[in-house]
Design a protein around this ligand. Sequence first.
Ligand code: FEO
Length: 180
Amino acid sequence: MLSKKMEKALNTQVNNEFYSAYLYMSMSAYCQSMGLKGIANWFMVQFHEEMFHAMKFYEYILRKGGKVSLQTIKQPPVEFGTPLSMFEQTYEHEQFITKCINDLVETARQEKDNATEIFLHWYVTEQIEEEENDTDMIAQLKFIGKDTSALLMFDKELAARMTTIPTEFSKGVEAALKGA
Ligand code: FEO
């Protein structure tokens, strides 16, 4: 059972994760329209990761007997500037998500909700990787600077990124993880 406060906070995070998916899909479209198909692929993989994050919260709320309350997803930007600026915006967004996860952990502690606190540990660890991915990209793009051939090589490398998480959630996230 979830307290009302915990349930509301988890539902807000479902929305934050869907917004993240929306934001990265918009970035992917922006890159695709610039001809940077590798970076577009990287962001489309990120879109799937965020959908997975959202659905993991969704399933958890239901498993705990809570009510899923879907909210309006705000419109993401359409223009993002240079690839460097785009990854800086991504890093900034991920720092916001890390803060949201930390706040959720704090709420779980206040509510003495050990199960939710343990559930959130997965996200705490995930955010380390999410922020690290972005800082790696920012460092590489700073090296590349205005060198367009290096940027095209970077784009080619990112074309190889494949999603490692399930993308089919009709039977639930946990079932998809087990390949059921
Ligand atoms: Fe769901 Fe990128 O954090």
